[in-house]
Design a protein around this ligand. Structure first.
Ligand code: FES
Length: 82
């Protein structure tokens, strides 16, 4: 697992601001649904296999019901009876 980045240290400009940095990757947890991650991203599976997803947004299953785990296949949604 990568070490967390300490963003409190490092060089600053004359006004005490930190130089421009690339934005942090963002993950958004959807209530009752997946975690949306800005892609492209590498997903490390429990067995160590690495899958690359080059989509702009990747939905990771957080409910464990997906048939395409670790990707969300919308199985978290309630079924609609007809
Ligand atoms: S979060 Fe969508 S299938 Fe699990």
């Amino acid at each position: 697992m990568p070490e967390p980045v300490d963003r409190t240290e490092g060089p600053r400009d004359g006004a005490g601001r930190r130089p421009a940095e690339p934005p942090l990757p963002r993950a958004t947890s959807i209530a009752g649904g997946p975690v949306l991650i800005e892609g492209p991203v590498e997903i490390v599976l429990p067995d160590g296999e690495v899958r690359v997803c080059d989509r702009p947004v990747v939905a990771l299953c957080a409910c464990r019901r997906s048939l395409r785990f670790p990707l969300c296949d919308t199985s978290h949604r309630p079924r609609v009876r007809s």
